[in-house]
Design a protein around this ligand. Structure first.
Ligand code: FE
Ligand code: FE
Length: 193
């Protein structure tokens, strides 16, 4: 059984202090959301702690890792390797950190661009990543409030906000994020009104 102490020790050797603070914030927030929405809080903590273990790789390293792990890299991944930090982290979590739980690994893999098909844990990690206490972006308070009452509404806001940000910055917009965002609206009907 993997313990949090073991993970923290390992992480503190490889992650910058800032990223570690973020990871801990995501773990705390994800744990709270998991308790609220009836998902395993321990899995949420582990996924939160490990979700960004590939975040600091440069483009070269990211693509090399993706190749080494036999990940399928789309044209979007080649154009913007940072988009691969979720899937790369999921393989690292398994190979370097001994995490075999597929739910945890999926949540880590999906946290960057999302998916049309997200489990409760996937949603929790995606939202926690955007609202953990160190996050200061405009609109974060509104999403924090939403997350306390409606996880899907908070998730939709996260997609809306990150899509707006990508457009503003002129970055590549991953079509999966658009699909994920639209599927929330289709599945949930008018929950937002
Ligand atoms: Fe990330
Ligand atoms: Fe993150």
């Amino acid at each position: 059984m993997i313990t949090e102490e073991y993970l923290m020790q390992k992480l503190s050797r490889t992650m910058s202090e800032k990223l570690l603070r973020h990871a801990r914030g995501v773990a705390d927030t994800a744990e709270k959301l998991a308790k609220k929405y009836g998902t395993d809080p321990f899995k949420a903590r582990i996924a939160g702690l490990l979700h960004d273990i590939a975040r600091d790789f440069d483009d070269n390293e990211m693509l090399q890792r993706a190749k080494k792990y036999n990940l399928t890299v789309s044209e979007y991944g080649f154009a913007m390797p940072l988009l691969l930090h979720g899937p790369v982290a999921a393989v690292m979590a398994r190979e370097d950190y001994g995490i075999n739980d597929q739910e945890i690994l999926n949540a880590i893999a999906l946290h960057t661009v999302g998916s049309e098909y997200m489990s409760q844990l996937d949603k929790i990690i995606f939202v926690a990543d955007k609202i953990e206490p160190n996050r200061k972006h405009a609109g974060v308070e509104g999403i924090r409030r939403q997350a306390n009452v409606n996880l899907e509404a908070a998730l939709l806001s996260c997609f809306d906000e990150s899509i707006r940000y990508v457009l503003k910055m002129g970055f590549l917009l991953h079509p999966t994020s658009v699909k994920a965002r639209n599927s929330l609206l289709v599945d949930q009907g008018s929950f937002r009104k």
